[in-house]
Design a binder for this molecule. Sequence first.
Ligand code: SF4
Ligand code: MG
Length: 338
Amino acid sequence: MFGLKTQCILNLEDEYKPLEAYQGAMSRWCPGCGDNAILAAAQRLCRDEQLPPEKTVFVAGVGCAARFPHYMGTYGFHGLHGRALPVAEGIKMRRPDLHVFVNTGDGDCCSIGTAHWIHAIRLNMDMTCMLHDNSIYGLTKKQASPTTPVGYKTNTTPRGAQLSPINPLSTTLGVSNISFVAQVVEWIPELLYDIIKQAFHHKGFSFIRILQRCPHFMPDFFASVVSNPDKVLLLNHENGMQISDTIGRIYKNHEEHDPLNIHKARELASLEEVVPVGIFFRDETVPRYEDLRKPKRAPSSNQIDTMLNKTFDKFGIQTDTAEVVKSGNGEGSGSGKK
Ligand code: SF4
Ligand code: MG
């Protein structure tokens, strides 16, 4: 009987999990929405890596992108606007054995969640953060977001956005302790998958800005880049993104970029005439918060007893005080001291 039970458990653990094991509810994003491509890449990654669904968590804030956890067959948390990162940090801190992913939009991350974004980079905890950047608030019906370009008409800027947009790559590359930054576009599935996979394998906080089409509110926004491969610049390197022959034939602009060169990464991040795609920066030697906070050695049971007794002693009644109290109880309050 015991042998049979053991065998069943082993079979269950060894079972190959197909793509369906990682699929959750039916997507309710608009047809053609770039979020669908990101979802497909994430599900494929989980399947290829055979991540245990019970040990994988997708965390999101609020917005179109934030529906992501509902569509995954893993654990998930659909939280508060801008607060995906601190929730993910709490999960990672308590359960470092889990695979943690964060899906956030340009409004969620670069507006209300900016403080959490900056500190998540600095904490450098081991998780993969995907910024779905469509340059608009989609869920709340076309308001200008922090990445909406100057002059673009939205429901909150009917005469065109007036402020210069935030550059999420330059911002991320400007924070201390940064360890992984990449940019990719959702309409090139091969590169999208490759970048998410490399980000997943990076030990530390991996930040990917994914340019994402919103056909409902921004139908032509990326049209010139989608239809003209010359507007894309592929960053290749043996320690970065590799370009296949097929992709190389279509996208002919390539630049060799060593992801350890942060100065060059910052220059590339500020390019405006072309869309650079690839790994801008990667450094696995950067300290991770969960490692810094981990006790060097687990305390022994004797040490735990000593620590607990020390703490209890703070609240316990000392013997001489007890006698005073006892004496006081017998003779009237405070009389023992007189
Ligand atoms: Fe996608 Fe835009 Fe529709 Fe939101 S509004 S689901 S971002 S197409
Ligand atoms: Mg958005």
